[in-house]
Design a protein around this ligand. Structure first.
Ligand SMILES: *Cc1c(COP(=O)(O)O)cnc(C)c1O
Length: 420
């Protein structure tokens, strides 16, 4: 496989963009490779600038649950383009998309369309603070909620001190109100609430974590978060940017049967276009401007092209029979192959991660115990065999409806041969 064109493009890109990329994980630095430049993608395949073909298990980090370039979605986008790219004004599509979302996620009684997952979570947290008139928030180590200041934190000296920024450029004061708990640890959450319960505006959590690799919630964990937030008058925010329309049409909240106060969506809901959503309880969302005093706005929010892609995608997800059981079954086949080759796998639905540790991965500490060198070797092995998987231990592998039986079978064969 020649990589000459990708390499040449990469050295050009390095002149213009930090690390040659517009989002850091794409630089493939953790795995000691250079990025492939993509020419086009279709179905379950992605093609680089040198004409190499790969089976894609990144799926744009989640949006492409139907694979690349699904006909109906492309047609909807083309049709929308003919009617203008942006109005900065109300249009009927916004209502149609909102209605579809609410039909499947009824806890989103009112919602707002925004442009990225980062913006959705940032705005949901602001609404929670405005509604509760409290400042502190709780998040979990290893959960990712976008790159807004207050959510880019790492553990301070102890659980009960404010966290410290996990990025240069974030003033200490911006993270003082962010308290960091351990995923799947009821005790860590209880300790924080014992100390600060009446000051906590919200707990924000990935109901199934997928940004430290896939880490499912332990039985009872989400129910516990529901109960303790209610007890203290705090709000529970499910960040379903990955899990929404992924784990089921109704997302993780439907799968696990726990209802949050606010939900954020992104990735799939935009059908491959930049669109995200936050919403939830009516009385909370009524705090948002112009009804209330929580300010939030967006020039391109509700963009008609993005909305058309979202509507077309959700309608397909509704209409394709057995879609979720089929993609879950495909992912299960890959999981089985991974186990046969001795890997430690976490899988929930069509999300899966192989870890290189003997420990059960249940939180951030156990996730980072994975051997990074072994992961890099595994990544390179897959890539060199035409399998495009995430270049980071802490990202999920995404299976789509477009993954063909043959391609799944080929992937399983390659994985079974790993390390032999
Ligand atoms: C991807 C992601 C985000 C951020 O979304 P962007 O569109 O990249 O800003 C937030 N939360 C979760 C759970 C995500 O996976």
């Amino acid at each position: 496989m020649s990589k000459e064109k990708s390499k040449a493009l990469y050295s050009e890109a390095l002149k213009f963009m930090p690390g040659g990329v517009n989002s850091p994980v794409r630089a493939c630095r953790n795995v000691g490779r250079t990025p492939l430049f993509i020419d086009h993608a279709k179905g379950d395949k992605i093609y680089d600038a040198d004409g190499n073909e790969y089976i894609d298990y990144i799926c744009s980090w989640g949006p492409n649950i139907l694979g690349h370039g699904r006909e109906e979605v492309i047609a909807a986008v083309k049709n929308a383009c003919d009617r203008g790219l942006t109005y900065g004004a109300c249009h009927e599509g916004e209502i149609e998309l909102a209605r579809l979302i609410q039909k499947h996620i009824p806890s989103m009684e009112m919602l707002r369309l925004v442009n990225s997952g980062t913006e959705a979570v940032m705005s949901a947290v602001r609404a929670a603070r405005g509604y509760t008139k409290r400042d502190r928030i709780v998040k979990f180590e290893g959960c990712y909620h976008g790159h807004s200041d207050g959510l880019l934190v790492k553990a301070g000296s102890g659980l009960l001190t404010g966290s410290i920024p996990d990025s240069a450029g974030v003033p200490k004061g911006y993270t003082d109100n962010t308290l960091l708990a351990r995923y799947n640890s009821e005790e860590s959450v209880r300790d924080i609430f014992n100390a600060y319960g009446d000051e906590i505006a919200c707990v924000v959590v990935e109901p199934c974590a997928a940004n430290m690799g896939v880490v499912p919630p332990k039985k009872g964990f989400l129910e516990f978060l529901r109960q303790i937030t209610k007890q203290y008058g705090s709000l529970l925010i499910f960040d379903e940017v990955i899990t929404g329309f992924r784990l089921s049409l109704g997302g993780a909240q439907n799968l696990y049967g726990v209802t949050p106060d606010l939900t954020t969506l992104g990735k799939i809901v935009g059908g491959g276009m930049p669109l995200a959503v936050y919403g939830g309880k009516r009385e909370v969302m009524e705090c948002v401007a112009p009804l209330g005093s929580v300010y939030q706005a967006g020039t391109l929010s509700g963009n008609p092209i993005a909305v058309s892609a979202g509507i077309a995608t959700i309608k397909l997800l509704e209409s394709i029979e057995n879609l979720y059981s089929e993609i879950d079954e495909k992912a299960e086949r890959i999981e089985t192959a991974m186990r046969e080759s001795g890997l430690n796998v976490n899988r929930v639905g069509s999300l899966l991660t192989a870890f290189f540790t003997d420990k059960a991965v249940v939180d951030y500490n156990t996730a980072v115990s994975s051997d990074k060198e072994k992961f890099s070797g595994y990544y390179s092995y897959l890539l060199d065999n035409g399998i495009y998987a995430p270049p980071s231990q802490f990202e999920a592998m995404f299976v789509s409806y477009a993954h063909s039986d043959e391609d799944i079978e080929y992937t399983c064969e390659i994985i079974r041969k790993f390390g032999r």
